[in-house]
Design a protein around this ligand. Structure first.
Ligand code: MLT
Length: 425
């Protein structure tokens, strides 16, 4: 326990339970992630069963009429294990902040940024992995990366005016021909084994995503040139940047950081909640993640990555680069008064500077030259590749913990008025 308290102090973790989880299993030194999960899952099932037996009827919060009309903001209604968002401090992955992850997660040889493989390991197990565990994951993903020929043909036949996010989501849906879970379910697999097949599908999907994303990029912006072959000696991000056609080592480092920090943002955001909801119908990971990508493609969610740059570029074009505060204020008011939003400004939960911004700014101040990736329509695809790590780590746990079909109760405005009247009258 003293160790735990010291660790909690060291990492400033608010959520001690993941530290408990990590400490309890820190001795698990296998490099096989599935073996470690097989050890963790029954213990976590028992912990939750006991907790629910003792506190199943405890009240967590109140639901107001405004919450129901207001996008359910602040309503606590989901269990999502892999990360928690603090409005002031930002995201914590299994209790670890972004600077802690940058410090503690294994790096590539000669690199300074965390490897996304390490973050996935952390999200799945609650443990900071060893270098061996991370390199096992890199190899595992490299082995599973091949795309079925029908998906390659599909990607090569998309019209060039189809948005990269639509291409991403459609190809992921088509990848469900490879689903081990869907096949096993059709054959009548025992529900206790669901997580094992879901795990296999999640690992395969994460492995294949960089190939899909790189193919989209090459088809749209590099005259359909080949993505080349996966190198089983390289990490996931390095293979991705090679396939995209970027050979600058610093760009690969940036991608390692980017793909790590955008992986997860607790459970209520549109992409995480969508995969959670669709997965609860026992749709396989490909279908669940494709649905998440359709949500990420919305301008109020992931597409804000694209929208914000388009808006800033337009601003520079219209008012020039050396713009006075007054002119800038007018431009912003014009956008708002014409009924549009200023893209990327404001957040549903965060109230302070997003630590994802802070660490990318630090990277930029230290290194940033002009890398050459200027295709703004493509930026959300990079976000999507990263988001897979978080939502699929959670999907494995959702099936391991036997979460049921999500089916909240809705009300009509008439019904709600009657309900409120009957309460107050
Ligand atoms: C995200 O990373 O998902 C976005 O910041 C949106 C959110 O958290 O609501």
């Amino acid at each position: 326990m003293a160790l735990l308290t010291a660790a909690a102090r060291l990492f400033g973790a608010k959520n001690a339970s993941c530290l408990v989880l990590a400490a309890r299993h820190a001795s698990a030194s296998s490099t096989n992630l599935k073996d470690i999960l097989a050890d963790l899952i029954p213990k976590e099932q028992t912990r939750i069963k006991t907790f629910r037996q003792q506190h199943g009827k405890s009240v967590v919060g109140q639901i107001t009429v405004d919450m129901m009309y207001g996008g359910m903001r602040g309503m606590k209604g989901l269990i999502y294990e892999t990360s928690v968002l603090d409005p002031d401090e930002g995201i914590r992955f299994r209790g670890y902040s972004i600077p802690e992850c940058q410090k503690l997660l294994p790096k590539a040889k000669g690199g300074e940024e965390p490897l996304p493989e390490g973050l996935f390991w952390l999200l799945v197990t609650g443990q900071i992995p060893t270098e061996e565990q991370v390199s096992w994951l890199s190899k595992e993903w490299a082995k599973r990366a091949a795309l079925p020929s029908h998906v390659v043909t599909m990607l090569d036949n998309f019209p060039t005016n189809l948005h990269p996010m639509s291409q991403l989501s459609a190809s992921i849906t088509a990848l469900n021909s490879e689903s081990n879970f869907a096949r096993a379910y059709a054959e009548g697999i025992n529900r206790a084994k669901y997580w094992e097949l879901i795990y296999e599908d999640c690992m395969d999907l994460i492995a294949k995503l960089p190939c899909v994303a790189a193919k989209i990029y090459r088809n749209l912006y590099r005259e359909g040139s080949s993505i080349g072959a996966i190198d089983t000696k390289l990490d996931w991000s390095h293979n991705f940047t090679n396939m995209l056609g970027y050979t600058d080592a610093q760009f690969t480092e940036l991608m390692r950081l980017y793909l790590t920090i955008h992986s997860d943002h607790e459970g209520g955001n549109v992409s995480a909640h969508t995969s959670h909801l669709v997965g609860s119908a026992l749709s396989d990971p490909y279908l669940s993640f494709a649905a998440a990508m359709n949500g990420l493609a919305g301008p109020l969610h992931g597409l804000a990555n694209q929208e914000v740059l388009v808006w800033l570029t337009q601003l520079q074009k219209e008012v020039g680069k050396d713009v006075s505060d007054e002119k800038l204020r007018d431009y912003i008011w014009n956008t708002l008064n014409s009924g549009r939003v200023v893209p990327g400004y404001g957040h549903a939960v965060l109230r302070k500077t997003d630590p994802r911004y802070t660490c990318q700014r630090e990277f930029a101040l230290k290194h940033l030259p002009y890398y050459g990736m200027t295709e703004m329509n493509y930026y959300t695809v990079l976000f999507g590749v990263s988001r897979a790590l978080g939502v699929l780590a959670q999907l494995i746990w959702s099936r391991a913990l036997g979460f049921p079909l999500e089916r909240p109760k809705s009300m009509s405005t008439d019904g709600l008025i009657k309900f409120v009247d009957s309460k107050s009258g």
